[in-house]
Design a protein around this ligand. Structure first.
Ligand code: ZN
Length: 438
Protein backbone atom coordinates (compact mmCIF):
# COMPACT_ATOMS: atom_id res chain seq x y z
CA UNK A 1 0.00 0.00 0.00
CA UNK A 2 2.78 2.40 0.96
CA UNK A 3 4.37 1.54 -2.38
CA UNK A 4 1.22 2.66 -4.19
CA UNK A 5 1.29 5.94 -2.36
CA UNK A 6 4.85 6.56 -3.54
CA UNK A 7 3.89 5.65 -7.13
CA UNK A 8 0.91 8.00 -6.99
CA UNK A 9 3.03 10.83 -5.66
CA UNK A 10 5.77 10.34 -8.27
CA UNK A 11 3.12 10.04 -10.99
CA UNK A 12 1.57 13.31 -9.86
CA UNK A 13 4.91 15.07 -9.91
CA UNK A 14 5.67 13.86 -13.45
CA UNK A 15 2.21 14.86 -14.60
CA UNK A 16 2.67 18.35 -13.15
CA UNK A 17 5.99 18.73 -14.98
CA UNK A 18 4.44 17.57 -18.26
CA UNK A 19 1.55 20.01 -17.94
CA UNK A 20 3.94 22.81 -17.03
CA UNK A 21 6.00 22.01 -20.12
CA UNK A 22 2.86 21.92 -22.30
CA UNK A 23 1.43 25.21 -21.05
CA UNK A 24 4.59 27.25 -20.58
CA UNK A 25 7.34 25.92 -22.83
CA UNK A 26 5.32 24.71 -25.79
CA UNK A 27 2.98 27.67 -25.25
CA UNK A 28 0.33 26.41 -27.68
CA UNK A 29 -2.67 28.46 -28.79
CA UNK A 30 -1.41 30.47 -31.75
CA UNK A 31 -3.90 32.58 -33.65
CA UNK A 32 -4.70 30.78 -36.95
CA UNK A 33 -3.89 32.58 -40.21
CA UNK A 34 -7.53 33.06 -41.23
CA UNK A 35 -8.19 35.21 -38.14
CA UNK A 36 -5.22 37.51 -38.71
CA UNK A 37 -6.30 41.08 -39.27
CA UNK A 38 -10.00 40.33 -38.69
CA UNK A 39 -11.95 41.47 -35.64
CA UNK A 40 -11.25 38.00 -34.18
CA UNK A 41 -7.53 38.79 -34.06
CA UNK A 42 -6.55 39.88 -30.53
CA UNK A 43 -3.89 42.12 -32.04
CA UNK A 44 -6.73 44.14 -33.57
CA UNK A 45 -8.80 44.79 -30.45
CA UNK A 46 -6.39 44.35 -27.53
CA UNK A 47 -3.29 46.38 -26.67
CA UNK A 48 -0.02 44.47 -26.43
CA UNK A 49 -0.21 44.81 -22.64
CA UNK A 50 -3.76 43.41 -22.54
CA UNK A 51 -2.72 40.47 -24.70
CA UNK A 52 0.21 39.66 -22.43
CA UNK A 53 -1.89 39.96 -19.28
CA UNK A 54 -4.62 37.76 -20.76
CA UNK A 55 -2.15 35.09 -21.79
CA UNK A 56 -0.37 35.13 -18.43
CA UNK A 57 -3.52 35.03 -16.37
CA UNK A 58 -5.17 32.31 -18.45
CA UNK A 59 -2.04 30.17 -18.37
CA UNK A 60 -1.86 30.40 -14.58
CA UNK A 61 -5.55 29.48 -14.29
CA UNK A 62 -5.12 26.57 -16.70
CA UNK A 63 -2.08 25.29 -14.85
CA UNK A 64 -3.89 25.47 -11.50
CA UNK A 65 -6.85 23.62 -13.01
CA UNK A 66 -4.72 20.75 -14.28
CA UNK A 67 -2.88 20.55 -10.96
CA UNK A 68 -6.10 20.65 -8.97
CA UNK A 69 -8.02 17.78 -10.52
CA UNK A 70 -5.48 14.96 -9.90
CA UNK A 71 -4.62 16.58 -6.56
CA UNK A 72 -8.17 15.86 -5.44
CA UNK A 73 -7.74 12.22 -6.48
CA UNK A 74 -4.46 12.02 -4.63
CA UNK A 75 -6.12 13.33 -1.47
CA UNK A 76 -8.93 10.75 -1.56
CA UNK A 77 -6.45 8.01 -2.34
CA UNK A 78 -4.18 8.90 0.59
CA UNK A 79 -7.10 9.23 2.97
CA UNK A 80 -8.02 5.65 2.08
CA UNK A 81 -4.56 4.12 1.96
CA UNK A 82 -3.31 5.64 5.20
CA UNK A 83 -6.38 4.57 7.16
CA UNK A 84 -7.56 8.14 7.81
CA UNK A 85 -11.06 7.32 6.64
CA UNK A 86 -11.15 4.30 8.96
CA UNK A 87 -10.08 6.48 11.88
CA UNK A 88 -12.80 9.05 11.13
CA UNK A 89 -15.40 6.30 11.07
CA UNK A 90 -14.19 4.90 14.38
CA UNK A 91 -14.26 8.33 16.02
CA UNK A 92 -17.79 8.93 14.78
CA UNK A 93 -18.86 5.60 16.26
CA UNK A 94 -17.28 6.42 19.60
CA UNK A 95 -19.14 9.74 19.68
CA UNK A 96 -22.71 8.73 18.85
CA UNK A 97 -24.87 5.64 18.62
CA UNK A 98 -27.18 6.42 15.71
CA UNK A 99 -26.11 6.16 12.12
CA UNK A 100 -27.52 9.62 11.28
CA UNK A 101 -25.16 11.19 13.81
CA UNK A 102 -22.27 8.94 12.78
CA UNK A 103 -22.69 9.99 9.14
CA UNK A 104 -22.84 13.66 10.15
CA UNK A 105 -19.66 13.42 12.23
CA UNK A 106 -17.72 11.26 9.80
CA UNK A 107 -18.63 13.59 6.95
CA UNK A 108 -17.65 16.65 8.95
CA UNK A 109 -14.14 15.27 9.59
CA UNK A 110 -13.76 14.24 5.96
CA UNK A 111 -15.08 17.55 4.58
CA UNK A 112 -12.90 19.56 6.92
CA UNK A 113 -9.76 17.64 6.03
CA UNK A 114 -10.34 17.83 2.27
CA UNK A 115 -11.24 21.53 2.61
CA UNK A 116 -7.99 22.26 4.45
CA UNK A 117 -5.89 20.26 2.00
CA UNK A 118 -7.48 21.96 -1.00
CA UNK A 119 -7.22 25.39 0.60
CA UNK A 120 -3.69 26.35 -0.55
CA UNK A 121 -4.55 25.80 -4.23
CA UNK A 122 -7.85 27.65 -3.78
CA UNK A 123 -6.07 30.52 -2.12
CA UNK A 124 -3.39 30.72 -4.83
CA UNK A 125 -6.13 30.86 -7.44
CA UNK A 126 -7.86 33.70 -5.54
CA UNK A 127 -4.53 35.45 -5.07
CA UNK A 128 -3.85 35.54 -8.82
CA UNK A 129 -7.36 36.69 -9.69
CA UNK A 130 -6.71 39.55 -7.25
CA UNK A 131 -3.29 40.34 -8.72
CA UNK A 132 -4.72 40.45 -12.25
CA UNK A 133 -7.68 42.53 -11.01
CA UNK A 134 -10.35 40.06 -12.06
CA UNK A 135 -11.50 39.47 -8.53
CA UNK A 136 -12.72 42.52 -6.65
CA UNK A 137 -13.13 40.60 -3.39
CA UNK A 138 -11.24 41.37 -0.22
CA UNK A 139 -9.87 38.35 1.63
CA UNK A 140 -12.72 38.32 4.21
CA UNK A 141 -15.34 38.48 1.44
CA UNK A 142 -13.64 35.65 -0.41
CA UNK A 143 -13.31 33.62 2.77
CA UNK A 144 -16.97 34.12 3.53
CA UNK A 145 -17.88 32.59 0.15
CA UNK A 146 -15.51 29.70 0.80
CA UNK A 147 -17.28 29.01 4.08
CA UNK A 148 -20.72 29.22 2.50
CA UNK A 149 -19.48 26.73 -0.11
CA UNK A 150 -18.25 24.46 2.64
CA UNK A 151 -21.56 24.38 4.51
CA UNK A 152 -23.78 24.16 1.43
CA UNK A 153 -21.85 21.20 0.10
CA UNK A 154 -21.69 19.66 3.59
CA UNK A 155 -25.47 19.72 3.95
CA UNK A 156 -26.09 18.38 0.43
CA UNK A 157 -23.43 15.69 0.86
CA UNK A 158 -24.92 14.66 4.17
CA UNK A 159 -28.31 14.00 2.60
CA UNK A 160 -26.76 12.13 -0.34
CA UNK A 161 -24.32 10.07 1.69
CA UNK A 162 -26.81 9.10 4.37
CA UNK A 163 -29.31 7.86 1.78
CA UNK A 164 -26.60 6.20 -0.32
CA UNK A 165 -25.21 4.08 2.52
CA UNK A 166 -28.70 3.15 3.71
CA UNK A 167 -29.37 1.87 0.19
CA UNK A 168 -26.08 -0.03 0.00
CA UNK A 169 -27.02 -1.80 3.24
CA UNK A 170 -30.52 -2.63 2.07
CA UNK A 171 -29.89 -3.59 -1.57
CA UNK A 172 -26.63 -5.49 -1.65
CA UNK A 173 -26.61 -5.88 -5.43
CA UNK A 174 -28.83 -3.27 -7.04
CA UNK A 175 -28.08 -0.35 -4.72
CA UNK A 176 -26.69 1.72 -7.58
CA UNK A 177 -30.03 1.51 -9.40
CA UNK A 178 -31.96 2.53 -6.30
CA UNK A 179 -29.49 5.35 -5.69
CA UNK A 180 -29.90 6.62 -9.23
CA UNK A 181 -33.70 6.38 -9.00
CA UNK A 182 -33.60 8.73 -6.00
CA UNK A 183 -30.90 10.90 -7.55
CA UNK A 184 -33.26 11.86 -10.38
CA UNK A 185 -35.89 13.69 -8.28
CA UNK A 186 -33.12 15.11 -6.08
CA UNK A 187 -31.36 16.67 -9.07
CA UNK A 188 -34.59 18.06 -10.49
CA UNK A 189 -35.48 19.49 -7.08
CA UNK A 190 -32.04 21.10 -6.73
CA UNK A 191 -32.31 22.65 -10.19
CA UNK A 192 -35.68 24.05 -9.18
CA UNK A 193 -34.52 25.61 -5.90
CA UNK A 194 -31.03 26.68 -7.05
CA UNK A 195 -32.01 30.25 -8.09
CA UNK A 196 -34.20 30.93 -5.05
CA UNK A 197 -32.50 28.98 -2.27
CA UNK A 198 -28.80 28.55 -3.08
CA UNK A 199 -27.78 31.49 -5.29
CA UNK A 200 -29.17 34.18 -2.91
CA UNK A 201 -26.77 32.87 -0.22
CA UNK A 202 -23.97 34.43 -2.26
CA UNK A 203 -25.46 37.44 -4.07
CA UNK A 204 -28.40 39.84 -4.27
CA UNK A 205 -30.85 39.36 -7.15
CA UNK A 206 -33.31 42.04 -8.19
CA UNK A 207 -35.18 43.40 -11.25
CA UNK A 208 -33.07 45.49 -13.61
CA UNK A 209 -32.19 48.89 -12.17
CA UNK A 210 -31.96 50.74 -15.48
CA UNK A 211 -35.68 50.99 -16.28
CA UNK A 212 -35.21 52.30 -19.81
CA UNK A 213 -32.94 49.38 -20.68
CA UNK A 214 -35.26 47.01 -18.87
CA UNK A 215 -38.13 47.97 -21.16
CA UNK A 216 -36.03 47.18 -24.23
CA UNK A 217 -34.86 43.90 -22.77
CA UNK A 218 -38.37 42.87 -21.82
CA UNK A 219 -39.61 43.73 -25.30
CA UNK A 220 -36.97 41.42 -26.68
CA UNK A 221 -37.90 38.75 -24.11
CA UNK A 222 -41.53 39.14 -25.10
CA UNK A 223 -40.63 38.28 -28.71
CA UNK A 224 -39.28 34.97 -27.43
CA UNK A 225 -42.26 34.41 -25.11
CA UNK A 226 -40.18 34.73 -21.97
CA UNK A 227 -42.17 36.15 -19.03
CA UNK A 228 -40.94 39.55 -17.83
CA UNK A 229 -40.58 38.46 -14.21
CA UNK A 230 -37.94 35.95 -15.29
CA UNK A 231 -35.24 38.53 -15.98
CA UNK A 232 -32.92 39.52 -13.12
CA UNK A 233 -29.86 41.58 -12.37
CA UNK A 234 -27.29 40.35 -9.85
CA UNK A 235 -24.87 42.44 -7.85
CA UNK A 236 -21.59 40.90 -8.99
CA UNK A 237 -19.46 44.04 -9.19
CA UNK A 238 -18.52 43.73 -5.53
CA UNK A 239 -16.67 40.50 -6.28
CA UNK A 240 -15.53 40.52 -9.89
CA UNK A 241 -14.63 42.74 -12.83
CA UNK A 242 -15.51 40.10 -15.41
CA UNK A 243 -18.72 40.24 -17.46
CA UNK A 244 -21.33 37.53 -17.73
CA UNK A 245 -24.97 36.54 -17.98
CA UNK A 246 -26.63 33.16 -17.60
CA UNK A 247 -29.86 31.19 -17.61
CA UNK A 248 -30.73 29.07 -14.59
CA UNK A 249 -33.52 27.18 -12.83
CA UNK A 250 -36.43 25.17 -14.18
CA UNK A 251 -40.20 25.56 -14.28
CA UNK A 252 -41.50 28.61 -12.47
CA UNK A 253 -38.02 29.40 -11.13
CA UNK A 254 -36.43 29.64 -14.58
CA UNK A 255 -34.67 32.95 -15.06
CA UNK A 256 -32.20 34.92 -17.09
CA UNK A 257 -29.64 36.69 -14.92
CA UNK A 258 -27.44 39.58 -16.06
CA UNK A 259 -24.38 40.49 -14.01
CA UNK A 260 -24.42 44.18 -13.14
CA UNK A 261 -20.82 44.38 -14.44
CA UNK A 262 -22.19 43.48 -17.89
CA UNK A 263 -24.82 46.20 -17.65
CA UNK A 264 -22.21 48.75 -16.60
CA UNK A 265 -19.55 48.02 -19.19
CA UNK A 266 -21.55 47.15 -22.32
CA UNK A 267 -23.62 49.64 -24.29
CA UNK A 268 -27.29 49.09 -24.92
CA UNK A 269 -26.95 47.25 -28.24
CA UNK A 270 -24.30 44.98 -26.79
CA UNK A 271 -26.45 44.14 -23.76
CA UNK A 272 -29.34 43.32 -26.07
CA UNK A 273 -27.11 40.94 -28.02
CA UNK A 274 -25.99 39.18 -24.83
CA UNK A 275 -29.60 39.02 -23.73
CA UNK A 276 -30.68 37.51 -27.06
CA UNK A 277 -27.96 34.88 -26.62
CA UNK A 278 -29.30 33.93 -23.19
CA UNK A 279 -32.83 33.85 -24.53
CA UNK A 280 -31.69 31.27 -27.06
CA UNK A 281 -30.65 28.95 -24.22
CA UNK A 282 -34.00 29.55 -22.60
CA UNK A 283 -36.08 29.05 -25.72
CA UNK A 284 -34.11 26.04 -26.93
CA UNK A 285 -34.47 24.43 -23.50
CA UNK A 286 -30.76 23.81 -23.12
CA UNK A 287 -31.21 23.42 -19.37
CA UNK A 288 -33.53 20.49 -19.81
CA UNK A 289 -31.21 18.91 -22.37
CA UNK A 290 -28.42 19.42 -19.83
CA UNK A 291 -30.34 17.78 -16.97
CA UNK A 292 -31.41 14.92 -19.21
CA UNK A 293 -27.92 14.10 -20.40
CA UNK A 294 -26.50 14.58 -16.91
CA UNK A 295 -28.94 12.04 -15.47
CA UNK A 296 -28.30 9.61 -18.33
CA UNK A 297 -24.59 9.90 -17.63
CA UNK A 298 -25.24 9.47 -13.90
CA UNK A 299 -27.08 6.20 -14.60
CA UNK A 300 -24.05 4.78 -16.34
CA UNK A 301 -21.80 6.39 -13.71
CA UNK A 302 -23.58 4.81 -10.73
CA UNK A 303 -23.44 1.42 -12.38
CA UNK A 304 -19.76 1.69 -13.24
CA UNK A 305 -18.91 3.05 -9.79
CA UNK A 306 -20.69 0.11 -8.17
CA UNK A 307 -18.84 -2.48 -10.27
CA UNK A 308 -15.51 -0.78 -9.78
CA UNK A 309 -15.87 -0.31 -6.02
CA UNK A 310 -17.10 -3.85 -5.41
CA UNK A 311 -14.04 -5.19 -7.22
CA UNK A 312 -11.72 -2.93 -5.28
CA UNK A 313 -13.15 -3.97 -1.94
CA UNK A 314 -12.93 -7.64 -2.88
CA UNK A 315 -9.31 -7.33 -3.99
CA UNK A 316 -7.83 -4.85 -1.55
CA UNK A 317 -10.41 -4.72 1.24
CA UNK A 318 -8.20 -6.65 3.65
CA UNK A 319 -5.23 -4.34 3.29
CA UNK A 320 -7.45 -1.29 3.65
CA UNK A 321 -9.39 -2.71 6.61
CA UNK A 322 -12.63 -2.61 4.66
CA UNK A 323 -14.98 -5.54 5.24
CA UNK A 324 -17.79 -4.40 3.01
CA UNK A 325 -18.89 -1.57 0.80
CA UNK A 326 -21.60 -0.44 3.22
CA UNK A 327 -19.00 0.83 5.70
CA UNK A 328 -18.82 4.62 5.75
CA UNK A 329 -15.05 4.47 5.43
CA UNK A 330 -15.42 3.56 1.73
CA UNK A 331 -16.74 7.05 0.92
CA UNK A 332 -13.40 8.47 -0.31
CA UNK A 333 -13.30 5.59 -2.80
CA UNK A 334 -16.72 6.58 -4.06
CA UNK A 335 -15.69 10.25 -4.32
CA UNK A 336 -12.49 9.28 -6.11
CA UNK A 337 -14.35 7.21 -8.69
CA UNK A 338 -17.02 9.90 -9.24
CA UNK A 339 -14.40 12.61 -9.66
CA UNK A 340 -12.44 10.54 -12.17
CA UNK A 341 -15.54 9.76 -14.19
CA UNK A 342 -16.63 13.39 -14.18
CA UNK A 343 -13.22 14.41 -15.51
CA UNK A 344 -13.22 11.67 -18.13
CA UNK A 345 -16.64 12.74 -19.36
CA UNK A 346 -15.90 16.48 -19.39
CA UNK A 347 -14.65 16.53 -23.00
CA UNK A 348 -18.07 15.23 -24.07
CA UNK A 349 -20.14 17.58 -21.93
CA UNK A 350 -17.95 20.50 -22.99
CA UNK A 351 -18.41 19.58 -26.65
CA UNK A 352 -22.19 19.48 -26.24
CA UNK A 353 -22.06 22.80 -24.45
CA UNK A 354 -19.91 24.42 -27.14
CA UNK A 355 -22.41 23.25 -29.73
CA UNK A 356 -25.26 24.85 -27.77
CA UNK A 357 -23.30 28.08 -27.38
CA UNK A 358 -22.82 28.26 -31.14
CA UNK A 359 -26.53 27.72 -31.60
CA UNK A 360 -27.24 30.52 -29.14
CA UNK A 361 -24.82 32.90 -30.88
CA UNK A 362 -26.52 32.18 -34.21
CA UNK A 363 -29.95 32.72 -32.70
CA UNK A 364 -28.83 36.00 -31.14
CA UNK A 365 -27.39 37.46 -34.33
CA UNK A 366 -30.50 36.40 -36.28
CA UNK A 367 -32.63 38.13 -33.71
CA UNK A 368 -30.69 41.38 -33.24
CA UNK A 369 -29.12 41.51 -36.74
CA UNK A 370 -26.45 43.77 -35.28
CA UNK A 371 -23.02 42.33 -36.09
CA UNK A 372 -21.17 45.35 -34.82
CA UNK A 373 -22.71 45.04 -31.35
CA UNK A 374 -22.13 41.27 -31.28
CA UNK A 375 -18.46 41.61 -32.15
CA UNK A 376 -17.76 44.48 -29.77
CA UNK A 377 -19.62 42.67 -26.96
CA UNK A 378 -17.37 39.62 -27.37
CA UNK A 379 -14.27 41.80 -27.59
CA UNK A 380 -15.20 43.53 -24.33
CA UNK A 381 -15.96 40.18 -22.68
CA UNK A 382 -12.47 38.99 -23.64
CA UNK A 383 -10.80 42.20 -22.48
CA UNK A 384 -12.56 42.56 -19.13
CA UNK A 385 -12.23 38.87 -18.24
CA UNK A 386 -8.61 38.60 -19.47
CA UNK A 387 -9.77 35.53 -21.30
CA UNK A 388 -7.79 33.57 -23.79
CA UNK A 389 -8.84 34.44 -27.28
CA UNK A 390 -7.50 31.11 -28.59
CA UNK A 391 -6.80 28.49 -25.87
CA UNK A 392 -4.43 25.50 -26.26
CA UNK A 393 -6.13 22.31 -27.47
CA UNK A 394 -6.01 20.46 -24.12
CA UNK A 395 -7.46 23.48 -22.35
CA UNK A 396 -10.28 23.71 -24.86
CA UNK A 397 -11.10 19.99 -24.56
CA UNK A 398 -11.20 19.87 -20.77
CA UNK A 399 -12.19 23.39 -19.76
CA UNK A 400 -14.13 25.14 -22.50
CA UNK A 401 -17.90 24.94 -22.40
CA UNK A 402 -17.83 27.92 -24.78
CA UNK A 403 -16.13 28.17 -28.16
CA UNK A 404 -12.90 30.19 -28.02
CA UNK A 405 -13.54 33.92 -28.26
CA UNK A 406 -11.70 34.10 -31.60
CA UNK A 407 -14.07 31.49 -33.04
CA UNK A 408 -17.15 33.28 -31.71
CA UNK A 409 -16.10 36.64 -33.09
CA UNK A 410 -15.12 35.13 -36.44
CA UNK A 411 -18.47 33.39 -36.68
CA UNK A 412 -20.24 36.70 -36.10
CA UNK A 413 -18.09 38.50 -38.62
CA UNK A 414 -18.72 35.92 -41.32
CA UNK A 415 -22.32 35.13 -40.39
CA UNK A 416 -24.49 35.12 -43.53
CA UNK A 417 -27.34 37.43 -42.53
CA UNK A 418 -29.94 37.46 -45.27
CA UNK A 419 -30.40 40.94 -46.64
CA UNK A 420 -33.84 40.18 -48.04
CA UNK A 421 -36.76 42.10 -46.62
CA UNK A 422 -39.92 40.35 -45.58
CA UNK A 423 -40.82 37.57 -43.23
CA UNK A 424 -37.98 35.54 -41.81
CA UNK A 425 -38.81 32.07 -40.68
CA UNK A 426 -37.40 32.01 -37.23
CA UNK A 427 -39.17 29.45 -35.15
CA UNK A 428 -39.58 31.22 -31.87
CA UNK A 429 -41.32 28.50 -30.01
CA UNK A 430 -43.36 29.58 -27.05
CA UNK A 431 -41.57 28.33 -24.01
CA UNK A 432 -41.53 28.61 -20.28
CA UNK A 433 -38.35 26.67 -19.74
CA UNK A 434 -34.58 26.95 -19.35
CA UNK A 435 -30.97 25.87 -18.52
CA UNK A 436 -27.92 26.97 -16.61
CA UNK A 437 -25.40 28.19 -19.10
CA UNK A 438 -23.83 31.51 -19.76
ZN1 ZN B 1 -24.40 30.82 -23.66
Amino acid sequence: MKKWAVFALVGYGLFALAIYYYLYDMAPGEIPEIYKGTSADPAVFLTAAEQTLGKEYSTIKNFLFFLGVPFEWLVYFFILVFGVSKKFEEWSKQTVRFSVGQTAIYLFYLSLLTFLLAFPLQYISYHFSRVYRISAQTFPQWMKNELIDFWVSYVLMFVLVFVLYALIKRFKKKWWLAAWALFVPFTVFMMYVQPVLIDPLYNDFYPLKNKQLETKILNLADKANIPADHVYEVNKSKETNALNAYVTGIGGNARIVLWDTTLKKLNEEEVLFVMAHEMAHYVKKHIYIGIGSYLAFAFFGFWLAAKWMERWVRKYGKQLHIKELSQLRTLPLFLLVISMMAFASSPFSNAISRFEEKQADAYAIEMTRDKEAAISAFQKLAREGLSEVKPPALVKIFRYGHPAMAERIYMMETYPLEVKEGKRKEERSGASAQKSRD
